[in-house]
Design a protein around this ligand. Structure first.
Ligand SMILES: [Zn+2]
Length: 284
């Protein structure tokens, strides 16, 4: 759940650029004719988004009488995404995250652009940069069926929501064989109650607990041999110190990546540092 800079261009620019590339006159005119509506909608969006109140925007049946929801969908899919001039804008949005990592899950590779307010209900925002968020395909799909009707049902918006740098992603290490890693959200003291509910909602909708648990299990399998060697040579305290170093390295880059949370949890688990690391590999 990483914050991103808002794209440096607005809806007026994307609409003009898109319309210039449409060779069907009626279609281009329907789009440019809707500019006052699209611009006014963008202003409302930019006013509500920093307050976490986008759920207040009413869904609409079409943009204008000439620019229906279906036509706006075609314009996005067949013109904005495909024509050379607007494809550059689309690619700029899609390639914004560092290392192409999805800002919604922090794990998978960006594979699409997600409409934060969905196209089917909010066609006036189909080409509005503030509503276009880079996303992996799984996060995009997971969000599809979810429509927020109140503040706490809104998922994380990378352009407007800032979770800060305080640690909030935590793990519980369960003393099983192999060890199970349970990820959970500990709300930051800096968050409002609604933001805490939204982060938990996002966590559930995108399925982050399951995603991170699978990644953590794979990471444990990767480090099993090394920890066993350290434990054999120097004992549990050396295992803990090694895990602490691994935690510090990941924390320096991102205090709330699943790896940071994992290494912190492993370091702080007496059971893991003493015995748990010997249980990573399933015994035949
Ligand atoms: Zn994702």
């Amino acid at each position: 759940m990483k914050k991103l800079a808002l794209p440096a261009f607005n809806a007026d620019y994307t609409v003009h650029t898109c319309a210039a590339g449409i060779t069907i006159p009626d279609r281009a005119q329907a789009l440019t004719g809707a500019l006052p509506v699209i611009n006014a909608a963008e202003s409302q969006y930019l006013g509500l988004a920093p307050l976490g109140e986008l759920f207040k925007i009413q869904s609409t049946d079409g943009v204008t009488p000439l620019l229906t929801t279906a036509l706006m969908g075609v314009i996005y899919k067949s013109h904005f995404v495909r024509s050379a001039a607007t494809r550059a804008l689309y690619d700029a949005i899609r390639s914004a995250p560092a290392h192409q990592i999805c800002p919604l899950c922090g794990q998978r590779i960006v594979g699409s652009v997600d409409h934060y307010l969905p196209q089917t209900l909010h066609p006036a925002f189909n080409l509005t940069p503030a509503n276009l968020v880079p996303s992996c395909l799984d996060c995009n799909k997971a969000k599809l069926a979810k429509v927020a009707t109140k503040a706490e049902e809104q998922t994380f918006h990378p352009y407007f929501d800032d979770l800060g740098t305080e640690r909030w992603l935590m793990v519980q290490v369960q003393p099983t064989s192999p060890p199970a890693i349970v990820f959970w959200v500990r709300p930051s003291a800096a968050w409002t109650a609604v933001l805490a509910q939204r982060v938990q909602h996002h966590f559930n909708v995108v399925g982050l607990a399951v995603l991170y648990a699978a990644q953590a299990a794979s990471e444990l399998a990767d480090i099993s041999y090394g920890l066993t060697e350290i434990g054999k040579a120097s004992g549990p305290q050396a295992v803990r110190e090694h895990l602490h170093d691994e935690f510090k390295s990941r924390d320096a880059r991102d205090p709330n990546s699943w790896k940071t949370a994992l290494y912190e949890g492993l370091r702080d688990s007496d059971w893991f540092c003493q015995f748990g690391y010997l249980h990573i590999e399933a015994k035949p």
